[in-house]
Design a protein around this ligand. Structure first.
Ligand SMILES: Nc1ncnc2c1ncn2[C@@H]1O[C@H](COP(=O)(O)OP(=O)(O)O)[C@@H](O)[C@H]1O
Ligand SMILES: [Mg+2]
Length: 203
């Protein structure tokens, strides 16, 4: 297996599964956590990541297909998605930025209208594969119907977006537009987002 990335929570390896390129995500122990607690946390994250990935796929959101779950070494094997991350694409100065941002909003709309909170919405967790967006990394996600949880999820993306993609600041509006057009509860979540933001300012 070839190490692709050492993340904060996991190591990512490129390998092969049934003759096809795949991605193996191995969660790592944290030495500062007591061992049995650590194992419970890692198993819980892995299970919820797998559950969220397959729920999202059922809802018609593009996600990598899970091929294997190994609770022994805390790893998930899934198909390798070719393409650049949306972050890379925007940073290279994409001519499609506006359309991409609308699709990004539509993707989050689909997640939220199906009660899925991603938990780590960033443009690094989206791969542009043959012109379409594929959503990755549900390790910090959860299921929730609450507008507040959806607002916090979207706010995470907004903060990341505005700090990383300052060349495309005006495109945040396109994200919100894509979101509201594809989710009947979208306007309420955007309103809630403003409430969360103004609360955060006083902490
Ligand atoms: N199935 C996949 N196919 C292709 N690249 C992937 C896949 N999963 C992850 N990656 C790449 O590895 C990076 C980190 O993976 P991710 O699941 O987001 O882990 P982390 O928890 O470390 O953020 C992603 O930003 C992406 O570039
Ligand atoms: Mg990630």
């Amino acid at each position: 297996m070839k190490l692709l990335k050492q993340g904060a929570e996991a190591k990512l390896f490129i390998s092969e599964y049934l003759g096809k390129k795949c991605m193996v995500k191995v969660r790592e122990h944290k030495s500062y956590r007591e061992k049995s607690l650590d194992e419970r946390i890692l198993k819980g994250r892995m299970r919820s990541e797998a559950a969220l990935l397959s729920r999202a796929k059922k809802a018609g959101i593009r996600t990598p297909v899970i091929q294997k779950i190994d609770t022994g070494n805390f790893s998930i094997t899934c198909e390798f998605i070719e393409g650049k991350t949306l972050r890379e694409e925007l940073q290279e100065g994409s001519r499609n930025a506006k359309a991409r941002c609308k699709s990004l909003g539509a993707l989050v709309a689909k997640l939220h209208s199906n009660g899925i909170i991603h938990g780590d919405l960033t443009t690094s967790n989206i791969i542009v594969h043959r012109g379409r967006l594929v959503c990755l990394d549900f390790g910090l996600g959860d299921f929730s119907a609450k507008p507040e949880d959806k607002a916090v999820d979207l706010l995470c993306l907004k903060k990341m977006f505005l700090s990383t993609h300052f060349a495309f600041l005006e495109c945040w509006k396109d994200v919100e537009q894509g979101y509201c057009r594809n989710y009947a509860g979208g306007k309420r979540v955007i309103g809630q987002m403003a409430a969360v933001e103004s609360r955060a300012r006083y902490y």
